[in-house]
Write a protein that binds this ligand. Structure first.
Ligand code: NI
Length: 182
């Protein structure tokens, strides 16, 4: 396994629509292992293949906790997201491809994910709260969208230090206080 360099905003690979994974072969398995090592090295909660310059519809996520029993590492191939209701949530997001910055975004509170797992088996799950937001953030990466584009008000942007100093204390105990990059 290897820790791979993460591409940051400005790299065209982050603005393009990624292609479906056609076959989960040995090279894809290696890519997944490298992505897991890279995400853990960065202490991230998610990583999409375009972020390591592989324009494929594949991401991993490990949000650490959830309300729906979907804790732990997930490998998500060719995801399709649907939204069972209209509920929205706000949260402060960060991104490994936009280092040092947080922004207040609006996301759907519940998401149904249909995808393949790393063995190529169909998988379906429903995520709520923070894990749902991570799944939306990562799927956006597959469509060339960054979290900045999900901010209703671009003024709600903060550097890490200012976020910790001025914003996180007021949000503690709430999803809006999550401080992890994806
Ligand atoms: Ni990201």
């Amino acid at each position: 396994m290897a820790v791979l360099p993460i591409r940051v905003a400005g790299d065209p690979v982050l603005r393009q629509k990624a292609k479906k994974v056609r076959k989960i072969d040995a090279s894809i398995q290696k890519l997944i292992d490298d992505m897991i090592e890279t995400m853990r090295d960065e202490r991230g909660v998610g990583l999409a293949a375009p972020q390591i310059h592989e324009p494929l519809r594949l991401f991993i996520m490990d949000p650490g906790r959830s309300e729906g029993g979907e804790d732990g590492l997930k490998v998500v191939v060719n995801p399709e997201l649907t939204f069972p209701d209209e509920e929205r949530m706000e949260l402060w997001e960060g991104c490994l491809s936009i280092p040092g910055i947080r922004g207040l975004t609006e996301r759907r509170a519940t998401v149904e994910v249909r995808c393949l797992d790393r063995e190529g088996r169909p998988h379906a799950c429903t995520l709520h709260g923070f894990p749902a937001a991570v799944a939306q953030h990562e799927t956006d990466h597959l469509d060339g969208v960054l979290f900045l584009q999900r901010m209703p008000d671009v003024a709600a942007l903060a550097f890490e230090d200012e976020f910790a100093r001025f914003l996180a204390p007021a949000e503690r105990g709430d999803d809006a206080g999550e401080a992890a990059d994806a």
